[in-house]
Design a protein around this ligand. Structure first.
Ligand SMILES: [Zn+2]
Length: 350
């Protein structure tokens, strides 16, 4: 009978139809644990939102926007990862700002109204997003649908002047960027006038040529970051060994931490105290690839070394006691070529 690697639940309490990726699909991971290893509840209800948080609200967010991959590991530029909507400033000398997103390192403006003082309202569209008339039609439709009971995201920024209000629409969400949430009334009044036909023309569309500079701030959800990092290492352990191996008692601590959080005594940044770990792996890896290596018999326990984008190193303590007979193994995620490798296969391919 299937038993979940993380929550220990069995059928029929839970179902087992989905497969857990070793590296999250959003990071480009291909390798999966077999069906029946991780239950659907853990996979979709617990881990999916956790991974989303990890990818958007951790320092992974920045390299992921710059390099990729996009949604579900896609390399199609149309699926490029968007950062969260945020206020951007222009690099010219104007005080103008704009709501935008970063897509693979390039700032784009989202369709928006820019309220600058009582009489100045501009529609801002970014021609690089495609046909401007289509964009305007879509934006108008979205604006017509906004009422005082609609939900919106309120953003604020220290750069904002008192009377500046930006109101945008992106991926089915409304964004109000203003010092005060109450500024939404200005937007509602304006939309009301538009609906009644009292304002036939807005003051024109703007396509600003100047570069926009991103002033994005990442929220940092350290807990999601730690748990997802621990999960990648433990998934790799399972992939390279077996679920039975991973159910041994010495791994109960980390399994519980991944499944439900709690005190982190598992994940830390690689520092001088772990220096010997690096010496094992002096080979060339694919550019910007992610890697996880397992060191079963380190003095400090059963350890994993996790590396994102070839630049961030983390040490994950899978178990306190070393496993003397284990061997050095690993997984390499060459997401740019849509390929995962078992370390030994990779070494052989060199
Ligand atoms: Zn489960």
């Amino acid at each position: 009978m299937n038993k979940c690697l993380y929550c220990d639940a069995t059928e029929p309490t839970v179902t087992f139809t989905s497969q857990e990726h070793v590296f999250p699909a959003g990071l480009g991971g291909i390798f999966q644990l077999p069906v029946g290893t991780v239950c659907d509840k853990c996979n979709t209800e617990i881990f999916s939102p956790l991974e989303l948080d990890f990818m958007r609200n951790s320092f992974i967010g920045l390299p992921r926007q710059f390099y990729g991959p996009g949604k579900r590991g896609s390399l199609n530029p149309n699926d490029a990862t968007s950062s969260l909507v945020h206020l951007m400033a222009f690099t010219d000398d104007s005080d103008e700002k704009s709501l935008g997103v970063m897509q693979t390192g390039i700032p784009f403006q989202i369709p928006q109204f820019r309220f600058l003082g009582p009489d100045t309202v501009a529609v801002v569209l970014d021609p690089r997003h495609g046909n401007v008339d289509t964009q305007l039609a879509d934006f108008s439709k979205a604006m017509r649908g906004f009422t005082d009971s609609s939900k919106y995201v309120h953003l604020t920024d220290e750069l904002l002047q008192e009377d500046e209000i930006y109101f945008g629409f992106w991926e089915n969400k409304y964004y109000l960027c203003a010092r005060e949430r109450s500024s939404v009334s200005v937007v509602l009044e304006y939309l009301d006038l538009l609906r009644k036909g009292e304002l036939v023309e807005t003051t024109g569309r703007e396509h600003k040529k100047a570069q926009v500079q991103s002033r994005q701030q990442f929220g940092f959800n350290i807990k999601a970051f730690e748990r997802v990092s621990a999960k990648i290492a433990f998934n790799a352990l399972c992939y390279l060994n077996s679920p039975e191996f991973c159910r041994q008692q010495q791994f109960n601590g980390i399994r519980q931490f991944i499944a439900s959080g709690g005190e982190n005594s598992f994940v830390s940044l690689l520092d001088a105290s772990h220096a010997p770990l690096n010496t094992h792996i002096n080979v060339a890896f694919p550019l910007h690839s992610h890697r996880v290596f397992i060191f079963p018999a380190n003095d400090q326990g059963h350890l994993a070394l996790l590396n994102f984008y070839g630049s961030f190193n983390l040490v994950i303590r899978l178990a306190t006691d070393p496993a003397p007979r284990g061997s050095f193994v690993g997984v390499i995620c060459d997401w740019r070529n849509r390929k995962d490798y078992n370390l030994s296969d990779y070494m052989r391919s060199l």
